[in-house]
Ligand binder design. Sequence first.
Ligand code: AMP
Ligand code: ZN
Length: 463
Amino acid sequence: MVVIHNTLGDKKQEFVPEKKGLVRMYVCGPTVYGPAHIGHARTYIAFDVIRRYFEYKGFEVKLVINITDVHDDMIEEANKLNTTIFELGDRYTKRFFEDMKALRVKPASAYPRVTKEIDAIIETIKLLYEKGFAYETNDGVYYDISKFPEYGKLSGIKPNKSITGTRVDTDKYEKKKAQDFALWKKAKPNEPYWPSPWGDGRPGWHIECSTMSTKYLGLPIDIHGGAVDLIFPHHENEIAQSEAAYGIKPFVKYWMHTGFLTIRGQKMSKSLGNFITVPELLQKYDARVFRFFIVTKHYRSQIDFSEEAMEQAKNSLKRLDEFIQRLYEVELQGNASVVEPILSETKVSFEKAMDNDFNAPAAWSAIFKLETEVNKLMNENKMTREAAQAVIEFLKKIDSVFDVLSFKKPEQKLTAEQEKLIKLREQLRREKKFEEADKIREQLAQQGIILIDTPQGTKWRKV
Ligand code: AMP
Ligand code: ZN
C-alpha cells in the first residue's frame, strides 16, 4: 500500500487510483524559452522516481507533462532575440528532451504543447463563461474568484476582499479584483494571437493545465504535481477552473509538490549569477552523480546544491560502484543461501520506505546496510558466486526505480602467465601436439578460463 502526502488537506493518505492498476499523473512542464536548469531537473527526476516506483509495484503509469510554449516571458525573449515564440519553443522543447534523456528521466506518455491545444483551451473558457465564472474586460477574460467559495483550499491562501484591481470597475475595463486571473489575454501589437469569441489573443497560463490534464487523462486525475512554487497561485487556480468548468470535485485526488532546489542556500536566479543550466551541470559532473544526489533525497525536502554536496554524492556512488565490481569478482562456488536473509530484509525495508510517501533516504539506508553486510561476507570469504549474482539481480531490480547504479562488468584481463599459456598452446596445436595442448586447456579451465578456437585464432572468456 502506497501512502502519499497530499498537499490538499496537508496529510498522508492511502493511494487508491481511480482505475485499478493504472496511475494517471500530470506534472506541470517547463516554459520553453531557455535551457532547463538544475531546479527543473530536480523536479522531473523526483517525479521520475515516483513514476518508476509505481511501475516497480506493477502499476501502469500514464504520465503527461505539458510544454508551455506561449507565455509573456517567451514573447519578451522572442522579441529580444528577433525570433518567434514558435522557433524558440521548438528549439528549447528539443533541448528539454535531450537534457531529460541525459539525466535518465523516462519520457512521459504525452507532452501536449499549448500552441497546439488552443481550441480545447477556448472550449474550457467558454464553459467557465457560460457557467458564470468568467467575465470579459477590455484586455481579456478573467476568472471571478468570488464565484468559487472554495478558493484557497489547496494553499490556505484565501482571497483578500480588500484588495481590488487597479481600476475597480463597473466599466468592464480591467479585472475586478487583484486576485482574479486571466483566462484569455487580448493581443497587443506585435504579439502572437489566435482568434476566439473574445477577439484575437492567447490563453492565460493556468487554463492550459486545466484543459490539457483533463483532455489527456480524464477526470478525476490521480496525481498532479509540480514544485512547491506552483501551489499558489497556479494549482489553486487550476482547481478553481477545473472544478467550476467540469463539475468534478476534487478534480485531482492527490496533489504532490517537490521541494525547491537552492544553490548555497539561495534561490537560483540569473541576477544572482548562480543559475546553472543542465548542459552546464553536465560539463562538470557525471549525470549519474547528479541523479544520485537528487534520488537519495526526499522529494519534498528543499535541497541545496553545492560542490561539496556533489563531491559527497560522487564518493558514495563510487563506493556502490566498487561494491558491484567486487560482487562480479567473487569466485567461490556454492549456493546463494548466505545472502537470502539479507536480501529479503532489504526488500522489506526498501518497500516500506518507498510505500511511505516515497521516503528515498530511508530506502537508501537499507541499500547501504546491505552493502555493509555483504562486504563483510566478502571480507570473511563467505560469499559465493551464486550469492553475488543474487545480490546483483536484486540491486538491478531496486535500481529500476532510481536508475543510478552501474552494472558494467569489470574488464576481463588475463595474467601474464595465462597469456603465455594460450600462446604456447597455439604453438603446440600448430605442431599437432594435441595432447599437450589439451592439458593447457584443462589447466586454464580450472582457473575459470574457457578457450574457444576460431579461424581467427584462440579466443577466451572467464566463467
Ligand atoms: P517553469 O519552467 O519555471 O514553469 O518550471 C517547470 C517546473 O519546474 C515546475 O514544476 C516548477 O515548479 C519546477 N521548478 C522550477 N524551478 C525549480 C527549482 N529551483 N527547484 C525545483 N523545481 C523547480
Ligand atoms: Zn501547470
